[in-house]
Ligand binder design. Structure first.
Ligand code: MLC
Ligand code: AMP
Length: 504
């Protein structure tokens, strides 16, 4: 055994195989081990040669080889890796750095200048492409599998995102349930186009590939034309994405002449599996994709806090509109409004989960962590039904404050809090409105000050982009004299959604 970190240890089995292909070149598992060890050495040296013992190390890197090498480097030095979104502006990053009390941010040439303003006495920004040579080699610490490994920030029913903590053991469970269920092998070759600050891109794609000794090609940003050319180029066996991505791929294909369509479709047909998740896959998209590619998309369901929990089968019936059955090792129950167990087919209830893949805690929030479990079951907030065959279908969520757009989970409360800082906004209420392309789209109702002051969507977006990532910016704005409220004075968001829909 070469490392006690399960994922890192796997790499020793596949030293000469290609692990990652990025815009620069192809890197083997041996190179990933070598570069991550160098990064670990650097971190240890900064820490007086000592094990980082779960110190949080944030990092910001384009999805490429360095992303993986940095993450492994942090682990191998004993730290907790905190990935930062590449589209996040400084205030979002500052929040995460302060919430995790990170003292060091690792980055590459791409973000050195962007992060420079954060480089202060109590926070070091280090560019791993310009690391000094370590004069004396330091032994890597023994990192037990039950150590905290990763903190992923996720939006929810609190206004600011919460850090979801997993250990190496939990990560292993999240990976292996998938590699088993979806039949990953060292011969697999996956194209990665998703962001790397969320579980879909991290666990389901990058780590599952690295666990399996497979090849992961990383594209820094989704681009429909480039993705189609990769499909057509052959060699790929797997692809995983959110419904919006499949929508985009369909739209691109639809605009081609029939020869081109045929060329691209021939390429994609040779792959062995295509997966959709992170948001509901419309049946129309599933059917259209089948027509174009020959693939029935495998839809699965998961969440940052639980990894993946439910999946349609690799072999067997993939039911359109259903998320499938529990993955290996995952227990699921449905619970009604009065905490009663739902057993009848087609009766709805909240999905609750127990499994070795469930997260350890919300970082620094013991009470919220405790409150999110009942009798050891994690309460997802997603409402579903189960049919006679044991397949689950998602009906919605029990919170109006959570928006899913382009596969990203967005908190309405977080956006409202930012909008209220605007000098001409007195009150704001944010909702998600259904949208074919994005699943849901962010819409903001505002009361301006002084009364009748006009704020255009463009100026609001431009102002808010200083505080929020692009995908959180409102796509619609409506100025109202008052917000719809119930007898208690609370904004009635379903009524607000109707107002936006009526306005279209
Ligand atoms: C971007 N745009 C949006 C938008 N995001 N408009 C409406 N709603 C949104 N959500 C607009 C931009 O403002 C811009 O407009 C244009 O679209 C292009 O912006 P972009 O930033 O270049 O976006 P793009 O790269 O095209 O993004 C689309 C996407 C991306 C689908 C590739 O959203 C994405 O990668 N989503 C995946 C998120 C993800 O990984 N979620 C998993 C969470 S984990 P303009 O006018 O400026 O051009 C999880 C658990 C599980 O959910 O089960 O997996
Ligand atoms: P996140 O917090 O970003 O990890 O998002 C998790 C949420 O995405 C879940 O709680 C669901 O609401 C949603 N989700 C994930 N997969 C699916 C799916 N296949 N169908 C519907 N919703 C999904």
């Amino acid at each position: 055994m070469n490392s006690m970190i399960p994922l890192v240890n796997q790499a020793f089995k596949y030293l000469d195989k290609v692990a990652i292909v990025d815009e620069h070149k192809a890197y083997t598992y041996a190179e990933l081990l070598e570069v991550s060890e160098r990064i670990a050495q650097f971190l240890l040296q900064k820490n007086n040669g000592q094990d980082l013992k779960e110190a949080r190390v944030a990092f910001k890197a384009i999805p490429n080889f360095y992303y993986a090498a940095i993450q492994w480097g942090i682990w191998r030095a004993g730290g907790i890796a905190v990935p930062l979104g590449i589209s996040h502006p400084i205030p979002e990053i500052e929040y995460i750095l302060s919430d995790t009390q990170s003292k060091i941010v690792l980055t590459t040439n791409d973000y050195q200048d962007f992060l420079e303003p954060l480089n202060k006495a109590d926070l070091l920004v280090e560019n791993i492409e310009q690391l000094p040579t370590v004069s004396e080699s330091i032994d890597l610490p023994e990192v037990e599998a039950n150590r905290r490994a990763l903190i992923i920030y996720t939006s929810g029913t609190t206004s600011r995102p919460k850090g979801v903590v997993t250990t190496h053991e939990i990560i292993k469970a999240q990976i292996t349930t998938l590699t088993e269920a979806w039949g990953w092998t060292p011969d697999d070759y996956i194209l990665h186009t998703l962001p790397l600050h969320h579980v879909h891109g991290i666990i389901n794609i990058l780590y599952s590939a690295l666990w399996s000794g497979a090849k992961c090609e990383m594209m820094p940003k989704f681009d429909a034309k480039k993705v189609w050319e990769k499909f057509a180029g052959g060699g790929l066996s797997l692809f995983m994405a959110v419904p919006t991505v499949y929508n985009r791929l369909i739209a691109y294909w639809d605009n081609l002449d029939s020869n081109e369509q045929q060329r691209l479709s021939e390429g994609v047909k040779k792959m062995r599996l295509m997966v959709s998740g992170s948001a509901a896959l419309p049946v129309s998209v599933l059917l259209k994709w089948k027509e174009i590619s020959g693939h029935t998309l495998l839809e699965r369901y998961g969440m940052t806090e639980i990894g993946m929990a439910v999946s349609n089968p690799l072999l067997g019936e993939r039911k359109p509109g259903f998320i499938g059955r529990p993955l290996p090792g995952v227990e699921i129950i449905l619970v009604g409004e009065n905490n009663e167990l739902i057993t009848g087919p087609d009766d709805m209830g909240e999905i609750r989960v127990k499994s070795p893949s469930v997260f350890l805690e919300y970082w620094g929030k013991p009470e919220i962590t405790r409150d999110s479990f009942v009798d050891g079951w994690f309460c997802t907030g997603d409402i579903a039904v189960r049919d006679n065959d044991g397949y689950y279908r998602i009906l919605g969520r029990n919170s109006v404050d959570i928006i899913k757009s382009g596969g990203y989970k967005i908190s309405a409360l977080e956006i409202e809090e930012v909008l209220r800082k605007h000098p001409n906004i007195k009150e704001a209420a944010v909702v998600g409105i259904p949208n074919e392309k994005w699943g849901e789209m962010v819409a903001a109702a505002i009361i301006t000050k002084p009364h009748n002051h006009f704020i255009s969507l463009e100026s609001l977006r431009s102002w808010a982009s200083e505080y929020l990532a692009k995908y959180k910016l409102p796509n619609e704005v409506m100025m109202l004299d008052d917000l719809p409220r119930n007898a208690m004075g609370k904004v009635t968001k379903p009524a607000l959604v109707k107002l936006f829909e009526a306005d279209e």
